[in-house]
Design a binder for this molecule. Structure first.
Ligand SMILES: [Zn+2]
Length: 487
């Protein structure tokens, strides 16, 4: 009547038996072939890197992916699925650099790009057997017999084909734009990569004194006086690249007498709204209001004299107006280093300011910056501040806690840096993407308007150039006059 079930079951053993049955009877293959004439369901699956072992995160994602494809199979769809291996990019290079004990771009160049790339090539299939074993064990149904790899020529040709479609739509341009670079990896990162690595850190911030020159003094009827504009920065290492000061259009500025870090009394210009936070309560005497429009195009003395005799193209050390200047923090005056920051670059281009690049892509000061040449910029903030203190140009300094982006791969603090790259003009097709996003069935639902929707709304042009070695090369040639040819 009733069959007794043995209460002492071994689940792992049951699993093995089921897998064996599936394998021997080719159940997965059957489930796909059987539906060949049915409507196709296409599942886009991001392949894993097999240069490392699978971990819990991979297993979870694979179970979810498998559930989706099985569900559509059970609904009667034809759902072929092929396994693939991701082979290119920074994750692979980073592992090899660690293995070979290389710590910078120049180490790779010394080691030889060809040697380095063959090490990368060897590593990408290192754990495919382990991956296959794990994926099979969790019951992932996918065809391993026909695995593809992103380093296959056929795969790279597909990338080229896709790039060509974008190129033909005139959505590719070569630009010089402010973006985040990782000084260790010596490559720009995409906005998406940057958003992965924000961390709260404490940096040194400082308020510095920019002495007005005669033309500026004359404009505010202060001939013969010593007057300093105060500007605050959280990145003192950018100061040698400063070429302008930006005042807000509708901010009220004042001239005051106040004391600096050493107790010296001097005359300063800053936003009225920030008097107390910068100078301290009852610690200053207001001498009068300043009309910043009169100062536009007038000059100040640079904090550093490195570029005075260098014939830098463009306007140097002038006062400008910027829409982005607020009185939220600082002094209401923004120090502009056009090669370091988006607002800085834009105003630099718009007003024809000098574009000084005083930092190399590996994050060290160039030879021009003779007092700090060769030193890594992050970590020199205090030294820059002390150097300027010696010269009497430091007003005050304090520690400042803020959210700062780091390389998602190697954890190095990123630099906001203007460099050349190919861009895909995402902003041109943003409306279309937002419209299409409304048609997508999101699970969970809030992602649609939330995380993904917000990301799309803020989408910017996509910097696709990577100054690296192991990847799919895009065959774009550029002549000296900036014209590009897609081969
Ligand atoms: Zn990095």
């Amino acid at each position: 009547m009733f069959k007794k079930v043995d209460t002492k079951q071994s689940f792992p053993q049951m699993e093995e038996e089921v897998l064996k049955y599936w394998n021997e009877n080719k159940i997965f293959e059957e489930s796909v072939d059987h539906r060949k004439k049915a409507k196709k369901y296409v599942f886009f699956d991001g392949p894993p890197f097999a240069n490392g072992l699978p971990h819990y995160g991979h297993i979870l994602a694979n179970v979810l992916k498998d559930s989706v494809t099985r569900y559509w199979t059970m609904k009667g769809f034809y759902v072929p699925r092929t396994n693939g291996w991701d082979c290119h990019g920074l994750p692979v290079e980073y592992e090899i650099e660690k293995e070979l004990n290389l710590s910078a771009r120049k180490d790779i160049l010394n080691y030889g790009v060809e040697n380095f790339n063959s090490k990368c090539r060897e590593s990408v299939f290192r754990y495919t057997k382990e991956w296959e074993g794990t994926l099979k064990r969790i019951g992932r149904w996918v065809d391993f017999s026909d695995s593809y790899a992103t380093l296959d020529n056929t795969y790279m040709e597909t990338i080229w084909w896709i790039f060509k479609q974008i190129w033909d739509k005139k959505l590719v341009y070569s630009g010089f734009k402010s973006m985040h670079i990782c000084p260790r990896c010596e490559t720009p990162l995409s906005n998406f990569e940057v958003s992965q690595g924000y961390k709260d850190v404490t940096d040194l911030s400082g308020t510095f004194k920019f002495k007005l020159r005669d033309d500026a003094l004359k404009a505010i009827k202060a001939e013969g006086e010593d007057v300093f504009v105060l500007a605050w920065t959280t990145t003192p290492w950018t100061l040698p690249g400063n070429t302008a000061l930006a005042f807000g259009k509708s901010v009220q500025y004042v001239k005051v007498r106040g004391k600096d870090v050493d107790g010296n009394e001097q005359v300063y210009i800053l936003a009225e709204a920030l008097l107390e936070s910068v100078l301290g309560k009852d610690n200053y005497v207001v001498l009068g209001k300043i009309d910043q429009k009169k100062l536009v195009g007038k000059h100040y003395e640079p904090l550093f004299d490195y570029y005075l005799d260098k014939n830098v193209e463009g306007e140097l050390y002038s006062i400008q107006l910027g829409d982005f200047v607020t009185t939220e923090d600082g002094t209401g005056v923004v120090h502009i280093a056009p090669m370091f920051g988006e607002d800085d670059y834009n105003i630099g281009k718009e007003k024809g300011l000098g574009m000084i690049q005083h930092v190399k892509m590996d994050g060290t000061f160039t030879e021009d910056v003779k007092d700090f040449a060769g030193k890594f910029v992050k970590g020199q903030d205090l030294n820059v501040a002390l150097f300027l203190h010696e010269k009497g140009l430091l007003f005050s300094k304090q520690n400042f806690k803020h959210s700062y982006p780091h390389c998602w791969r190697c954890d190095t603090p990123l630099l906001n840096y203007s460099t050349r790259s190919l861009f895909i003009e995402v902003t041109k097709i943003k409306d279309k993407m937002l419209k299409n996003n409304k048609k997508i069935h999101w699970q969970p639902e809030h992602i649609q308007e939330g995380r993904f929707g917000k990301w799309l709304e803020g989408a910017r042009d996509w910097a696709i150039s990577r100054n690296r070695f192991w990847g799919c090369a895009i065959p774009v040639l550029e002549c000296d006059f900036g014209k590009q040819i897609f081969l």
